[in-house]
Design a protein around this ligand. Structure first.
Ligand SMILES: [Zn+2]
Length: 200
């Protein structure tokens, strides 16, 4: 069973997200390939370093007992929150990227066997990216002590064998592309974020 930690009261998290205009409404193509009427644009939250610091402080408090030695994030989305978390925890910060479709450690980044790794991410919907990076860490012999995210919108379907700390836990409304009511209304779809999207 995955244990979940909510870093702040839900109302406080939602208020901050709305203030920063980080919660968008429309018709979005998520990096998972699913469609959604809402999108968390966490880059807007992190636009202000003071806000990033505040969010990371709440998350750091939750994950400190896990005694991470390094924060590892999928690029690009997780990099800023990963950096700020690592800064507050007083540990290293590295990121994985996928120039050819598969996540790898580049730029001389390394993990040592047994090193205690905290995975960090902006938004988790399916958790596909962060789980792939977790497997990468394990391939390097490191030990994944937990996951940290600003928004866990998986509605509980993201259930890894390590604990999950989220600034906000919520349930995303998602549609498969062939069953999306917004597509059926011919509402133009927007592709936010950074991952290249495969056409269906
Ligand atoms: Zn759609």
């Amino acid at each position: 069973m995955t244990s979940y930690v909510e870093c702040v009261p839900r109302e406080e998290a939602l208020e901050l997200l709305e203030q920063a205009q980080a919660l968008l409404r429309g018709h979005f193509l998520l990096s998972s390939g699913l469609h959604s009427p809402e999108y968390f644009q966490c880059a807007r939250l992190l636009e202000w370093p003071q806000v990033a610091e505040k969010i990371a402080r709440a998350i750091a408090q939750a994950v400190r007992p896990w005694e991470p030695q390094v924060v590892l994030t999928p690029a690009v989305g997780g990099i800023i929150i990963g950096y700020e978390l690592a800064r507050q925890l007083g540990v290293r910060n590295i990121f994985a990227e996928r120039p050819s479709g598969v996540f790898e450690l580049r730029r001389g980044f390394e993990l040592t066997p047994g090193e205690r790794v905290l995975l960090a991410e902006n938004v988790i919907t399916t958790g596909g990216s962060v789980l792939e990076v977790a497997r990468l860490a394990e391939q390097h012999g490191a030990s994944v002590v937990g996951f940290a995210t600003i928004v866990d919108r998986s509605g509980g379907t993201f259930a890894p064998p390590a604990p999950v700390a989220a600034y906000l836990r919520t349930s995303a409304i998602t549609y498969a592309p062939d069953a999306c009511p917004l597509c059926q209304q011919n509402i133009e779809i927007v592709k936010p974020g950074s991952r290249k999207i495969r056409t269906k």
